[in-house]
Design a binder for this molecule. Structure first.
Ligand SMILES: [Zn+2]
Length: 874
């Protein structure tokens, strides 16, 4: 695998364990080949005509790489949290000493190739600690109690209750609206002297007060635009932190400009950051220890996976790495200048949809106007468009794709595309696109195209939970293009079982390999026989005293699998029935409800063997990771008859059917809602009731475009003082908590926009890009000796640059970017006047270095560890 970040849409999305094991979105980042022009320093000025040859500038630095100083005030507000040195108090001076005093954002992806790229901004932080007043605390906690809704504990709260080290039990949960809370804090903080238009971290503790209630924060009201699903409504969405909502968020606006992120040490427990797990050093297994931060009442506990004895140190980690490094002043993943030789005013997201599904246009999967609207929120000073074209995935393109797919899940594959930069083959599509499709993408109309290839393929060619990737050039860390993948099994809307339950379904064999499928009245047999003691993803063989005929073979035993199916001739304990190919290509199968059921958690799987029949029952078995109870049975008779008898199903999702297996015969989808079909040939006869995937292609493309224009995730980042680029694993596992931020760059799906923090970062970064690109072009202009011809334009540019820097220092970031752009446009006009081609040096920074192999190796290790990380969820 080549260098660059591999990302995982982990755990929390997937209810199936395949996703939790890290078969999730893998992304990387990269860029078009860019001509790097050697920076020309300003030419010698003539002594006599100096002013004419070199019009004086006071802000811009022609030919130089300029670093802008940005002093930044950061508020830290303690709400219900006592300062002091007690085990549950915050030692303020020690806390402050652990925070960074300064930083310079770096473009992160080039660093994976050993290339250091300063962005040209230098932050110095001034921290202001405020302890909220008693009336503020009282009003706030009373607000929480009013806003919240009482409900049962979440899955993770129940898992917490089972931790050996847990000091308390969580019997109920108050679900509090995260945006309402952020708004309340924004509206009321002025009363304690805190200006929340400045970056503000609120550290909250409700525990220990008489009015304390167990609680979590979630954010309903912003579902995925394609699937309609929101994590706010499942166990993964609710968390212990929130912030970054823009004033004008189209779905859940904050109303006023704020820069708030709050972390509640008494909200317990979140799923995303595994803070529920007190016992296991590394829930994913192996090493290193996954560093998690427990609820405040656990401080003083010494029986957990580590002693919880340093609240101050833990909150300082949250403040430093999450709030300051990832949210308030993040380092961009990719170059916000896009590596463009000239900075564009028009940016076009150009999507080519390649479909291998008959009659389907891949472009129909993405709502392009949403992608363009969201991107326009991030770069309001540029014109954003979206174009899409669809075609059939065929010929050599299909061959390259198929080859890529064959090695996709295989570690250490071999490139089918003879790609010397990435022998593993993961980048075959990336290079195919660069070599064959780029000229098609770049149609010359807009200034800059962001190339997106969307592959729309059948499940057998699907990429599981790898949903999107922003690729780089594998050499300099420049972004090249975006690939994303969709298949029916990975992106679909929820469709619960729509026939009445309790009720029966019969599969009656006819002549040859034909079946008649029929509804029948409920006949659930309460004599369910003996417990097979199946665990999760388990299988047991049951001997029959009769021969059971199925598609030409007679079987004297069956394999009962935990996951709602019976197989013949071989067990199949695999953990998911989401993908049709497993049904069609596995062993011969009879599936009353093929889905990821877990009898380890509750219920049982039983068999009652009679002289001429066998009854197999799943009794009260939950879906893996879901609080559900599902009861159903299958009855096989000596004449080959098959009956599915459904009792109560609270997880009405899965695949129902029979299959000859081994890819034998035709595949026929039936609709039980439309009468009873007869004479169906096996192969595979099935009905699918998909649970739906939380993230649709519109979200994925928006997220990838966010990377392409520079944005990092809110769960990985760069710490300048220590030089550490971190991902949420091992000692930085707690960084997952950053996903509780209102950004589409999070892995949660209750956020469809770019956050206030994203907007701030891009505006600041682009201000520096505009100023430094101006400096580079000005260097060329001055080198001609004729700069005086454009003195008016140059002085105008200089004034705009001064405005930009002043705006930057007063937190007026969007005006700063607009002034920076105005300066750049003036410089372009000056270049035209003087006759200089306005091709800027790559925005390289002054300490650009060539690659070293050691840093690549470090990153390789990171890739491997990241794959393991997804195991960390339950
Ligand atoms: Zn991503």
């Amino acid at each position: 695998m080549s260098a660059s970040i591999v990302e995982l849409w982990t755990a929390r999305f997937g209810r199936s364990k395949a996703r939790r094991r890290g078969l999730t979105v893998r992304e990387r980042w990269a860029g078009l080949a860019v001509v790097v022009v050697v920076l020309a320093l300003a030419g010698p000025a003539s002594a006599a005509g100096g002013t004419l040859l070199r019009p004086p500038v006071s802000t811009l630095e022609p030919g130089q790489f300029q670093v802008v100083s940005v002093p930044l005030d950061v508020n830290v507000v303690l709400v219900g949290l006592d300062p002091g040195t007690g085990v549950r108090q915050l030692d303020v001076s020690r806390f402050l000493s652990a925070l960074p005093s300064q930083s310079m954002p770096q473009i992160r992806d080039p660093a994976f190739y050993g290339i250091t790229r300063d962005l040209g901004l230098h932050f110095t932080y001034r921290y202001h600690v405020t302890v909220a007043s008693q009336p503020f605390d009282d009003a706030f906690f009373s607000f929480l109690a009013r806003d919240g809704r009482e409900g049962p504990p979440t899955l993770f709260q129940r898992l917490y209750d089972r931790q050996r080290a847990a000091r308390r039990q969580i019997h109920s949960n108050l679900m509090i609206d995260a945006v309402d809370t952020e708004r309340w804090l924004g509206q009321h903080s002025a009363s304690i002297g805190v200006d929340t238009r400045r970056y503000t971290l609120l550290l909250i503790n409700w525990y220990g007060r008489r009015d304390f209630r167990d609680h979590l924060y979630n954010k309903p009201g912003e579902p995925d635009p394609d699937t309609g699903i929101s994590d706010a409504l499942n166990d993964f969405g609710p968390g212990d932190a929130w912030g970054g909502t823009p004033a004008d968020d189209p779905e859940r606006p904050l109303g006023s400009l704020r820069r708030i992120w709050f972390y509640d040490t008494s909200a317990a427990v979140a799923g995303v950051d595994a803070s529920w797990n007190l016992d296991d050093p590394a829930p994913s297994g192996g090493s290193p220890v996954s560093y998690r931060i427990p609820p405040i009442w656990e401080y003083g506990t010494t029986t957990g996976y580590r002693p919880f004895d340093d609240l101050t140190g833990d909150l300082a980690k949250i403040a430093r790495y999450v709030a300051v490094d990832m949210l308030f002043t993040p380092s961009p993943l990719y170059d916000p200048s896009l590596g463009a030789a000239q900075l564009p005013s028009k940016i076009n997201v150009e999507l080519t949809g390649l479909s291998d599904l008959p009659g389907q246009q891949a472009t129909d999967l993405v709502q392009g106007s949403i992608v363009a609207d969201k991107l326009a929120e991030a770069e309001p000073y540029n014109q954003i468009t979206y174009q899409a074209k669809a075609r059939v995935l065929t010929g050599e393109e299909l061959a390259v794709y198929t080859c890529f797919h064959s090695i996709f899940f295989t570690a250490g594959g071999t490139s089918c595309y003879n790609n010397p930069l990435d022998p593993s083959g993961f980048d075959d599509l990336n290079f195919w696109i660069s070599d064959h499709l780029t000229s098609e993408f770049i149609d010359g109309r807009p200034d800059f195209d962001i190339p997106v290839a969307l592959y729309d393929v059948p499940d057998r060619l699907g990429t599981g939970d790898f949903l999107g990737n922003t690729n780089d050039d594998l050499q300099t860390g420049l972004q090249t293009n975006i690939t994303s993948w969709s298949s029916p099994g990975t992106v679909e809307r929820e469709k619960p079982i729509d026939f009445p339950t309790p009720g029966d379904m019969t599969f009656t064999p006819g002549t040859g390999d034909r079946f008649t499928v029929a509804h029948a009245p409920a006949t659930f047999d309460p004599a369910i026989g003996s417990d097979l003691h199946l665990g999760d993803d388990d299988s047991a063989e049951v001997q029959l005293p009769f021969g059971f005929p199925f598609l030409g073979t007679t079987y004297t035993s069956i394999f009962v699998n935990s996951n709602g199916s019976i197989t013949l001739g071989a067990p199949d304990p695999h953990d998911t029935g989401r993908y049709l190919y497993q049904l069609a290509s596995g062993p011969p199968r009879i599936a009353p409800l093929y889905t990821d059921l877990n009898p380890d958690a509750a219920g049982s799987v039983n068999a009652a063997v009679h002289a001429g029949s066998v009854v197999v029952t799943w009794s009260g078995v939950p879906q893996y990771g879901e609080p559900s109870s599902n009861t159903f049975q299958v009855i096989l008779t000596a004449d080959g008859g098959i009956t599915f008898a459904y009792g109560r199903l609270s997880w009405p999702f899965g695949t129902i059917g029979v299959s000859a297996g081994n890819d034998h015969g035709p595949t026929t989808e039936v609709d039980f809602g439309r009468g009873d079909p007869s004479g169906l040939r096996a192969g595979t006869i099935f009905a699918r009731y998909p649970q739906g995937t939380t993230l649709g292609p519109t979200h994925i493309v928006t997220h990838e475009v966010g990377h392409f224009i520079g944005l990092s995730h809110p769960h990985d980042g760069f710490d300048w003082e220590t030089g550490v680029d971190f991902v949420p694993q091992g000692p930085f596992y707690f960084a997952w908590v950053g996903d509780y931020t209102d950004t589409v760059m999070s892995y949660l799906t209750q956020q469809t926009d770019f956050s206030q923090f994203d907007r701030d970062a891009l505006n600041r970064d682009m201000t520096s890009v505009y100023i430094n690109t101006s400096n580079s072009v000005l260097g060329d202009i001055y080198a001609t000796g004729n700069a005086g011809l454009a003195a008016t334009q140059i002085q105008s540019a200089d004034r705009e640059a001064a405005h930009a820097i002043a705006d930057l220092q007063s937190l007026d970031y969007e005006p700063a970017a607009r002034s920076g752009k105005a300066a750049y446009l003036d410089v372009l006009a000056a270049a035209a006047k003087v006759g200089v081609a306005p091709v800027a040096a790559l925005h390289a920074g002054r300490n650009g270095q060539s690659a070293t192999s050691s840093s690549r190796r470090v990153h390789h290790d990171g890739v491997k560890d990241l794959s393991a990380l997804a195991n960390a969820s339950p």
